[in-house]
Design a protein around this ligand. Structure first.
Ligand code: FAD
Ligand code: NAP
Length: 391
């Protein structure tokens, strides 16, 4: 097995990588260390595609010093360069037992005995003009927290509440596949929106855990519980049509689904069906994971459909905010026909309230064919073809 090393004699020249943001940022040494640690711990077969798993990092400019002097590069090109130098081959990843046998791991860690992982990456992934911060956080669990795509993890924030008791856990949907962003089954990723609101006294209140995660520095230990959740697991059928409905950070499980289908290579799983994503966000600067979603679409145009509903920039037919149910309504007949096929699966994740908006729109469509939507939806749910996790 070939192991890449963070520093030293790969191809004979000393080298280092550093992102432009990391150079400006005081957390740079930790961030750099974390990236290098993650890199060093990878098995050879995962190394080749490691950076391809992480487009939010790959777009950063790097300063690379080697025998050939200082030059700029990107992690993607750097990864390709290292791949050639160390002779890694891109072999298909194999799912670990837990995923392959579809055993659903649940509550391996409880609040009184949490797993302590380490944050290895944290980056804001929305524009500065987006309403609110949202970050992509990667936590290293050293392979001790196996999970399936669509599950959630509990995070226990540092510190105590106003009564001096340790904070309670908050749940977050896991945004990475079972293999994690680096393909080594040792990390999990979260997409977290910072909660800030003004209370009735006019005071600014900051949510405990979402702020803890948005501000966390690479290298910080993180208490985790879980994994939990069976509602949002991916269907086994590799020919399925999967309709994914997300508001904001509700994209998390769908990023995992799509990366498993279109980014990773598995000897025992090849997705041949279709994934249709409807994503609702307030502004175009808050479109989460846009680059990687677009890349997946470019690579599999017949299998990926992306529909964005940008509520504060687009208007619906009534002149109101354009929500994802408005985007769906434009292709309503097609969606209704798809739902008649027994290998179409619907998943909904994000804001409480989106489900009633979608019901209202589906009710009218079903009624045109003399079908009662509530009854039809109940049947779909019984068949695990209509899965809702909203909060
Ligand atoms: P807290 O300190 O817990 O404060 C939240 C409380 O503040 C609310 O209960 C409410 O009482 C109050 N509050 C909130 N907004 C207002 C307001 N506008 N006005 C008045 N009071 C208000 N979040 C993500 O960002 N990403 C995810 O992937 C994600 N996945 C989830 C998955 C599941 C299964 C569940 C149940 C939740 C998920 N959440 C996710 C939400 C997450 O668990 C937290 O609830 C969220 O991050 C806020 O936690 P906090 O500790 O920052 O806020
Ligand atoms: P956000 O950035 O605020 O985006 C949400 C988008 O949905 C906005 O465009 C919003 O429009 C729009 N919207 C508001 N009401 C809607 C409705 N009734 N129907 C359809 N669209 C609607 O999102 P966020 O802050 O990340 O919030 C996501 C929520 O999902 C959070 O509450 C989070 O806790 C939850 N979540 C749950 C899970 C889960 O249960 N597994 C996972 C992840 C996230 P306007 O703001 O312009 O009105």
């Amino acid at each position: 097995m070939v192991r890449a090393r963070p520093r030293g004699a790969i191809g004979g020249g000393a080298w280092h990588v550093r992102s432009a943001a990391a150079i400006r940022d005081r957390s740079a040494p930790l961030e750099l260390l974390a990236c290098l640690l993650a890199f060093a711990s990878l098995p050879g077969n995962a190394t080749a595609n490691m950076f391809a798993f992480l487009p939010s990092i790959t777009s950063h400019r790097l300063y690379v010093s080697g025998k050939d002097g200082l030059r700029t590069s990107t992690l993607k090109t750097e990864s390709a360069r290292l791949q050639t130098r160390v002779g890694c081959r891109s072999r298909p990843a194999t799912l670990r037992m837990v995923a392959a046998e579809k055993k659903v791991p649940v509550n391996l860690y409880k609040p009184n005995d949490p797993l302590i992982g380490t944050c290895i990456y944290n980056k804001k992934i929305v524009g500065d003009d987006a309403p609110g911060d949202t970050c992509h956080v990667i936590i290293h669990h050293d392979g001790k927290l196996p999970y399936l795509e669509g599950q959630s993890v509990g995070i226990i924030p540092e510190g105590t509440d106003e009564k001096g008791r340790p904070h309670k856990l908050r749940l977050y949907s896991i945004a990475s596949t079972a293999a994690g962003d680096f393909g080594d089954y040792k990390t999990l990723s979260l997409v977290v929106k910072r909660l800030v609101y003004t209370n009735e006294k006019g005071e600014e209140v900051r949510g405990v855990c979402s702020n803890y995660l948005n501000d966390i520095k690479p290298g910080t230990p993180v208490k985790m519980t879980g994994p939990v959740g069976k509602e949002m697991l991916m269907p086994d059928d590799p020919n399925a049509t999967i309709i994914m409905l997300a508001t904001g950070t509700g994209i998390a499980p769908f990023r995992a689904f799509m990366r498993k289908a279109f980014v990773e290579k598995h000897a025992d799983y090849q997705f041949k069906g279709k994934m249709i994503l409807y994503l609702g966000v307030p502004t175009s600067s808050s479109l989460l994971y846009r680059d990687e979603l677009e890349e997946m679409k470019a690579n599999a145009p017949d299998q990926v459909e992306l529909h964005y509903a940008i509520s504060r920039e687009m208007k619906n037919k009534q002149g109101g905010k354009y929500y994802l149910q408005d985007a769906m309504a434009e292709r309503g007949e097609e969606i209704w026909q798809l739902l008649q096929k027994d290998n179409t699966y619907v998943y909904m994740c994000g804001l409480k309230g989106m489900d009633s908006g979608i019901d209202a729109f589906m009710k009218d469509l079903a009624a045109k064919d003399g079908v009662d939507w509530a009854t039809f939806k109940k049947q779909l749910k019984q068949q695990h073809r209509y899965n809702v996790e909203v909060y």
